[in-house]
Design a protein. Structure first.
Ligand SMILES: *[C@@H]1O[C@H](CO)[C@@H](O)[C@H](O)[C@H]1NC(C)=O
Ligand SMILES: *[C@@H]1O[C@H](CO)[C@@H](O)[C@H](O)[C@H]1NC(C)=O
Length: 481
């Protein structure tokens, strides 16, 4: 027994070492590839759209695709200053968008420093630089990038920068259906009683690269008829995903997402108090929404919430969360996917070009291969979005809110009475089960249910019947108290 245990731990250890070594090499290649792709896309954008498209490889100044928007950065946090004719406002964007640590730049910095040291080159220059850094501006003061003034003068009031859709995005009817509608609201699939029969409302928020079909194709048909006749259900496609608007000059901040949900569901349907069911990235929006509308949320059901508690002395919470979410490993494959999506702006754009722009082809092939046996709503969920939307949403919602999520949880714990239920799949590789227990540490009244042998998707897909009755019980209990 002991020998077996020892062999096992040796194997695990060597497996981990091999994983890290291979990961290091592969990500080094990716770093270079992303750097090269940057030039390829710069050129392609220029040739096809006759305009240089800014990206986050360059300085913060260039990184703002919107009109009249200015980047203001502070240590560990960045904000966008929106200038419109009537008001000024600050929107939070994630630091991780323009300060992703690249091996290439780290290594080249190391080499440069080493060379300088070695050759005693410009010794005094290095010293004066060091001094400057040490003296640096105090963190409470905004360091406004100097070209900001120039942008202010140049960009105020400028209209749509890029054509819709962009050349690298899909132009099928589903993807651009929003452009024909006059009002810019989210795509909402509403079900349940019309008019006065509705007694309760439920808002469903899907996760990263998914759509409302995640709920409507699985859960909705499995509710009992009693539930269907008393609950109004609203399943949305988030801004930038599925059939919802995918503006190219948007930064997909938390505020953008919340505003859209309010404008598309809560206001037009006069929803006053409601239940929320959210999956993965949607959990962060759900927490923010609950905190913003205290007293309105009757129950909060979170599936696989990506919450990574922050140690006290972390200088840059966004970066910390990104490293937790995507630790730059090639195994398990889902971690590789996460790292590609988080770290590489241009590689992930290439993936979108292959997958999202051709999603109809993938849809067709899936149908062909599986002979129509599986429904293809998941394929649509994965591939119907733009790179701009996915890239910004991932950074601004999961990483960018890292410093605020604690506050949302405290708000839910201390000021809000709603029931909190959390579900997590035992085999979830995308978001580990600890995340749910961590939420429970912050909100002790939350009930955590770990579902055996289920992962990030099968927590709902394939378990719809059980989950539907769980939800019915949760809503019943919430109304009773
Ligand atoms: C539950 O939903 C699935 C489709 O997702 C459907 O095939 C099944 O018949 C439903 N079960 C009930 C009891 O409605
Ligand atoms: C609902 O309430 C009943 C009775 O109080 C309790 O036994 C059950 O565990 C509760 N379920 C949930 C999901 O809150």
């Amino acid at each position: 027994m002991a020998v077996m245990g020892k062999t096992k731990s040796v194997l695990t250890l060597s497996g981990r070492v091999i994983n890290e070594v291979i990961s290091f090499m592969i990500f080094f290649v990716f770093d270079i590839l992303d750097f090269l792709l940057c030039f390829v896309y710069k050129l392609a954008d220029f040739l096809i759209e006759a305009e240089w498209k800014p990206c986050y490889c360059s300085s913060g100044k260039e990184a703002i695709p919107g009109s009249g928007k200015i980047l203001v950065s502070e240590q560990g946090e960045s904000k966008i200053l929106c200038v419109s004719t009537s008001k000024l406002q600050l929107e939070e964007i994630s630091d991780t968008l323009h300060t992703r640590p690249f091996l290439v730049s780290q290594v080249s910095n190391l080499i440069v420093t080493a060379l300088k040291r070695l050759m005693f080159l410009e010794k005094t220059l290095v010293q004066s630089c060091d001094q400057e850094i040490k003296q640096g501006s105090p963190p409470s003061v905004f360091r406004v990038n100097s070209p900001v003034i120039e942008i202010l003068q140049r960009k105020v009031g400028r209209k749509q920068l890029h054509p819709i859709p962009r050349w690298s995005d899909c132009d099928c009817n589903v993807c651009i259906s929003w452009t024909s509608s006059s009002k810019e609201t989210l795509y909402v699939r509403a079900e349940g009683p019309k008019g006065d029969n509705a007694q309760e409302d439920v808002l469903f928020i899907h996760g990263f690269i998914s759509t409302s079909k995640f709920w409507t194709e699985t859960l909705f048909p499995n509710f009992s008829s009693a539930t269907k006749s008393t609950y109004r259900m609203f399943a949305i496609d988030l801004l930038g995903f599925g059939r919802s608007p995918k503006p190219t000059d948007c930064l997909y901040t938390l505020k953008d997402h919340l505003d859209m949900i309010e404008r598309s569901v809560l206001e037009p349907n006069k929803v006053k108090s409601f239940h929320i069911v959210a999956h993965s990235l949607g959990c962060i929006l759900a927490l923010a929404l609950t905190e913003k509308h205290p007293g309105c949320v009757k129950s909060l059901t979170l599936l696989a919430p990506p919450y990574y508690p922050m140690p006290k002395d972390i200088a840059n919470p966004s970066l910390y969360t990104m490293k937790k979410l995507a630790p730059r490993l090639v195994w398990p494959p889902i971690k590789l996917g996460a790292a590609m999506a988080c770290y590489y702006e241009h590689i992930s754009r290439t993936m979108c070009l292959v997958l999202c722009k051709n999603h109809r082809l993938w849809d067709f092939l899936t149908k062909l291969v599986t002979r129509n046996r599986i429904r293809t709503y998941l394929v649509e969920g994965f591939f119907v979005h733009t790179h701009n939307a996915a890239w910004h949403t991932l950074h601004n919602i999961i990483c960018g809110t890292a410093s605020k999520v604690e506050g949302y949880m405290d708000g839910v714990q201390d000021q809000i009475k709603c029931h909190v239920n959390i579900f997590h799949g035992e085999y979830d590789d995308t978001v580990p089960v600890e995340c749910s227990y961590n939420v429970q540490k912050r909100i002790p009244r939350a009930r955590v249910k770990v579902i055996k042998k289920k992962d990030h998707l099968t927590i709902v897909v394939g378990r719809q019947q059980g989950f539907a009755s769980d939800l019915e019980e949760i809503w019943r209990n919430a109304s009773r108290s």
